[in-house]
Design a protein around this ligand. Structure first.
Ligand code: PEP
Ligand code: MN
Length: 337
């Protein structure tokens, strides 16, 4: 449940409610809005059965929260969250573009990509150093060596960098080199990994699982936030359907649904959603029009030789063209880019 305080409630009244909640062994999450403060109750609310909180001073109303996710819930935190990643903010009035290769392959590849995407306007460099591949025989990533190249690219360009992590060892290595951790679709419900990412102190990009409902996805984000890390960004990357013309089916409706249910920012990854280079532009456009806070787009200096996901990767020229076409569209939908 949430306790909505009256406008300009006295701090003593807010503290009083908080201590009543905590005395019952429950958590109290305070969201300080411009005028109204909301206190969210975390835990088994039946413990408050004998308390009529409605009669406490400055309480406006009590609203039940039926969803199992609380900290990710918009009812707990009505203002949209803005997440800082390096010097970039996701969820505010900017359209944030993360771009780079599927897999980090070499120092030259990463540095060339970082410079190219920066020139086109991207704010964050992506690159996988730990690659969860469908086949165990496919390229599995350069691991810590790859992370070192990402950090070098960050130091050289000022771009923030993001890498996927697939294990606790990968998290422990990545925190030394990157600005944001990525939890991939295949690990969305790896609750142990989510908790460890929550403890890392870094912002986390949580991709939607291949067959996850929006409710399951928001519950997965709750695992990270419950560890004391509110810096979560969601990424819609397509879900598995009966359709085979594209690698996955981009669920564009996830964008407005998330905006209605959660305060967390959401970005869209049209590269993994389609698996096809030609479809990246139209779906990037749709994502911006649907209200996404950003995009993740795979680029490669020479997609024909890419060790992973070449067919969906854009060349630098194609990426530059896409950014130029996105600029007026972003402005039309209230985002700076
Ligand atoms: C990736 O971003 O490189 C990736 C593997 O994506 P996903 O987890 O969405 O498949
Ligand atoms: Mn990829």
């Amino acid at each position: 449940m949430i306790i909505v305080m009256k406008p300009h409630a006295k701090p003593e009244s807010i503290q009083k409610i908080k201590s009543v909640i905590e005395a019952k062994g429950l958590g109290a999450h305070i969201s300080d809005g411009r005028e109204v403060t909301i206190i969210g109750v975390i835990g088994d609310k039946t413990r408050l059965q004998d308390q009529n909180l409605e009669i406490f001073e400055d309480v406006d109303k009590i609203v039940p929260v039926t969803e199992s996710y609380k900290l990710a819930n918009k009812k707990f935190h009505p203002e949209p969250s803005i997440i800082k990643v390096g010097n970039t903010y996701i969820g505010g009035d900017s359209l944030v573009i993360m771009s780079g290769p599927c897999a980090v392959e070499s120092r030259e590849q990463v540095l060339a990509t970082a410079h190219a995407i920066k020139k086109s306007g991207a704010q964050i460099l992506r690159g996988g150093a730990y690659k969860p591949r469908t086949s165990p025989y496919a390229f599995q990533g350069l691991e810590e060596e790859g992370l070192r190249y990402m950090k070098e690219a960050r130091d050289e360009t000022g771009l923030a960098v993001i890498c996927e992590v697939t294990s606790l060892a990968a998290i422990e290595a990545a925190v030394k080199y990157v600005d944001m951790l990525q939890i991939g679709a295949r690990n969305m419900q790896n609750f142990y990994l989510l908790k460890e990412a929550g403890k890392s102190g870094l912002p986390v990009l949580l991709k939607r699982g291949l067959s996850a409902t929006i409710d399951e996805w928001l519950n997965a984000s709750e695992y990270i936030i419950a560890e004391g890390n509110p810096n979560v960004v969601l990424c819609e990357r397509g879900i598995r359907t009966f359709e085979t013309a594209t690698r996955n089916t981009l669920d564009i409706s996830a964008v407005p649904v998330i905006k209605e249910r959660s305060h967390l920012p959401i970005i869209v990854d049209p590269s993994h959603a389609t698996g096809v280079r030609q479809y990246v532009k139209p779906l990037s456009m749709s994502a911006v029009a649907a209200g996404a806070d950003g995009l993740m787009i795979e680029t490669h200096p020479n997609p024909a030789t890419a060790l992973s996901d070449g067919p969906q990767s854009l060349t630098f020229e194609q990426f530059d063209e896409l950014c130029n076409e996105l600029r007026p569209l972003a402005a039309l939908f209230g985002k700076k880019f």
